[in-house]
Design a protein around this ligand. Structure first.
Ligand code: SF4
Length: 501
């Protein structure tokens, strides 16, 4: 086995973009090749890349021991690289021990610096350990960068960091420059690309999802992403620059010029408090590492299962694209714009004329459920997560079980059953497979805590808990605001088997 100081082996582990056979192998064994971890709290900045959890109240972070356990679990699952992502990882109190643990586990390391400065000793250590260092530069003009980063003065720091790293690493094979493509910098992307290439650095430019929602109104428009046609033009110009001036040939596809994003098949992200997500910018909780190991979370996740099989699970016009085996657009952008992590990427130019074929949440259910008014007890499917979904309904006087101003207990079971049906219908929308065949075979353990009345707006949360062959058990909770009115379980039967919980 290679040692931690073997540069070639280290480079191979740090290489971010694994080949298709490696990805297929990781998928087949239910493993991963890369792990993103948040180890730092908010740095106090307002970067658009910052995770929602870091932008809010200070979360309770995983202990250092837990973090070491997670790295070891990732290694056992086949991960060869770990990324320290946004947040103030430089301020992590056990950083030296963690770097030593990364070495001990023979993991390649990627660190995302944002626009911060790197202190000399750490820069030397990272370069010596052949870490891939990602520095944000969002424009050729400092004021453009500062505007996109929302960090006055950060452009100068980013450039000084790049200079320092190039001095220490004359081959500079391990420095990447990341830029978020948005309206504010669209005219500077091409010259920025040339600058990065001319320095021999790796461009990692991305069409990122809409960022934090705390941007001041005057920046909202400037930080918005480009529409599909504008992105197409930009990607094609960059491809031509690369071909004509730098000898790189590539065929444009979203979300990154010159690169393929297949991380949803082989990577996952762990938040500072231990929540596992498919990726940092895809805020879809799959499990909690305080409760379960990483292997358990990934094995039990329907989201992970679907993302690993994106060529068959994606919905809408992407299914007709010949690039589908090696492209899923941006899962984070699709989720941000539609609420559906399996939706076709609406910002892909190939989908630009087929927007109406991409379903978005909330979805009005009047056209989609077999139950019609007045027997339909849910109005809309509002959100979909990992084995969970949430519907809503406003209690009207034409609902047959809403007599005498109070909803009959049986109506709650009907709401839960129809919410589950809505989840299944949505999972098949845009797949062309004709929907699911299944029905309710029983209900049990209904508890009613408070009555619902005419005019109440109720939310119904359902969760696929158990599968036994073609039978499944779904738990449901009916809420008014945050008060639980009722909960119960239903049993369903599905012709093709119940999706693995
Ligand atoms: S249509 Fe979908 S699969 Fe095809 S290039 Fe666009 S995002 Fe990728």
């Amino acid at each position: 086995m290679d040692g931690p100081s073997d540069p070639a082996a280290r480079d191979a582990r740090t290489a971010l973009w694994p080949a298709t056979p490696e990805i297929d192998d990781a998928v087949a064994r239910g493993g991963i090749l890369a792990l993103e971890v948040e180890i730092g709290l908010s740095c106090g900045g307002a970067c658009e890349y910052c995770r929602p959890e870091l932008a809010g109240p200070t979360p309770e972070r995983l202990s250092h021991r837990d973090l070491e356990r997670v790295l070891a679990e990732a290694r056992a699952l086949g991960a060869r690289q770990v990324s320290f992502v946004e947040g103030d990882w430089l301020g992590y109190p056990h950083l030296a021990e963690l770097l030593a643990e990364v070495d001990r586990l023979q993991l390649g390391l990627e660190v995302r610096l944002g626009s911060r400065a790197l202190e000399h000793e750490l820069a030397e250590r990272l370069v010596a350990s052949r870490a891939r260092i990602v520095v944000d530069v969002h424009g050729v003009r400092d004021e453009t960068h500062d505007r996109v980063a929302r960090h006055p003065g950060s452009a100068g720091r980013a450039r000084r960091t790049i200079e320092e790293l190039r001095r220490r690493d004359p081959g500079h094979s391990s420095i990447a420059v990341r830029a978020r493509i948005c309206r504010a910098n669209r005219d500077e992307i091409e010259p920025l690309w040339r600058w990065v290439r001319s320095l021999g650095l790796e461009p990692w430019f991305e069409n990122a999802p809409p960022g934090r929602d705390d941007a001041p109104p005057e920046l909202d428009d400037a930080l918005a992403g480009l529409d599909a046609r504008a992105l197409e033009g930009l990607f094609r110009r960059l491809a031509e620059v690369d071909r004509a001036e730098f000898g790189h040939e590539w065929d444009p596809q979203p979300p990154w010029p010159g690169l393929r994003d297949l991380r949803h098949r082989y990577a996952c992200a762990v938040s500072v408090s231990g929540v596992v997500r498919p990726a940092g910018l895809l805020p879809l909780p799959m499990g909690d590492l305080r409760e379960h190991g990483l292997d358990h979370v990934l094995r039990e996740s329907e989201v992970m299962e679907n993302l690993r099989a994106h060529a068959t699970s994606l919905k809408g016009p992407c299914r007709d694209c010949e690039k589908l085996p090696t492209c899923a657009g941006s899962r984070a952008v699709a989720f941000a714009l539609t609420g559906d992590y399996l939706a076709s990427d609406p910002t892909c130019w190939r989908n630009a004329d087929r927007a109406s074929e991409i379903a978005r949440l909330p979805l009005a259910l009047s056209e989609h459920l077999p139950q019609k008014a007045p027997m339909r007890f849910v109005d809309a499917l509002d959100s979909v997560g990992d084995r969970v979904g949430e519907c809503s309904v406003t209690i009207r006087d034409d609902l047959p079980m809403a007599g005498a101003n109070v909803v009959d207990d049986v109506a709650y079971l009907e709401m839960i059953a129809q919410s589950m049906a809505a989840l299944e219908v949505f999972a098949h929308l845009g797949t062309g497979d004709g929907g699911f065949g299944g029905f309710l075979v029983g209900a049990e353990d209904l508890e009613v805590f408070a009555p619902a009345r005419l005019g109440d707006r109720l939310r119904i949360r359902v969760r696929k808990d158990v599968r036994i062959g073609k039978y499944g058990i779904v738990s449901g909770t009916v809420l008014r605001d945050e008060s639980v009115l009722a909960r119960g379980n239903i049993k369903i039967w599905r012709e093709s088997g119940v999706p693995e919980p």
